[in-house]
Design a protein around this ligand. Sequence first.
Ligand SMILES: [Zn+2]
Length: 437
Amino acid sequence: MLAFIQAGGAGTRLKEITGDLPKPMVPICGKPILLHQVESLIRSDVKDIVMVVSASSTVVQDFFGDGSKFGAKISYIVENQPLGTAGALYYLAKQRDEDFFLVMGDLMLDVDWQRFYAFHKKHRSFLTAFAHPNSHPYDSDLLVSSKEGKLLRVLSKKEPRDDYYNNLTNAGLYVVSKEILETFQGMDEPIKMDFEKDLVAPSIGAVPVYCYRSTEYVKDCGTPDRYYSVSRDLEKGVVASKNLSHPQKCIFLDRDGTINKFGNFVTKAEMLELLPWAGKAIAKINTSGYLAIVVTNQPVIARGETDFAELSQIHMKMETLLGQEGAYIDDLFYCPHHPDKGFPGERPEYKIVCECRKPKIGMLLEAKNKYNIDFAASWMIGDTCQDVQTGINAGCKTILLTGGDPHPYAKYGDAKPDYVCENLEQAVNYILSQEGE
Ligand SMILES: [Zn+2]
């Protein structure tokens, strides 16, 4: 498999650290970012690499040569004038006719590339963007996708945003099907093009474009603050450990009474109110080695008290409010079912005995499949004994929060949590203290 890396680009905001080095050659813990990328690709058996470099410097070619000393085959496209993030595909289209990864060369990353490509093939996608939530969605371009991951729209950070949104952003990595290269084959000469604006945006709706949601480490290190934070993550082993070829540890979170005030059932977005410590607690999970995944029973769907569109609004509000506090959830799974039939206004198709309603572990199993989660290294936090029973059923450690009302599910009252505390912040602090983090 082929990787096409945009390795030009000056690190203007990193000058105090790097002098005149191109940003991809900036060393992190002694190795250029670009070498971290090449090593990650090689670990996934991607050894055929084309790098786009600027004619103004040969520092990349001098370092990598033909790639043989690193175990890869590396060739170069030299741009005499900057062609943007996609213009050099004109040259690639003359040489190649195969699917490839497109990688922005200034990102610190460690990714299971074969897993990424398998998603692309499974969905018969033409363009697949690597997508993840981040800690500053309010000033990021956002991806709007279907439940299956089909990209529906890109919300530019430049447009006014007065609505709630899902926290999903574009990381700067793609799988590109060879058909996309046909765009360039009719051109007489290369022109400056932006990959997102000139290729991804016009493709939405015309050909299948997907978002691959992943919790793997992909971060820009283009400012001194980010540079030092990425260096620390690399030293601590966080970058490598988040590669989904390794089992992941996760903190599963109940929603109502754990992240937001329970009160009565939340059936409208305006009813959702975060608990005051939720943002801070989840932001702590985000900078630890744990994933933060919400698993919530929402029988309000089966009972006809709300619908999927409104539930989606409720979750967008939660993600928007968390994002304002620099926190995000890695994913969310909900069960819309309820077993007891015979209520006015109910939706019979959801009045079933399912495999996802807690304390069954269907939602946790789905998360495990998607993110390679190791239950034994993971935790379940919730405010009811039903949550505790869920964690026990999966083989996770469990924490019961007493700040809410743990009693409505008295039938699981015998479930014994590993730890009991008042609220989510205390629970997260406890887990991280167990880790020595
Ligand atoms: Zn269910």
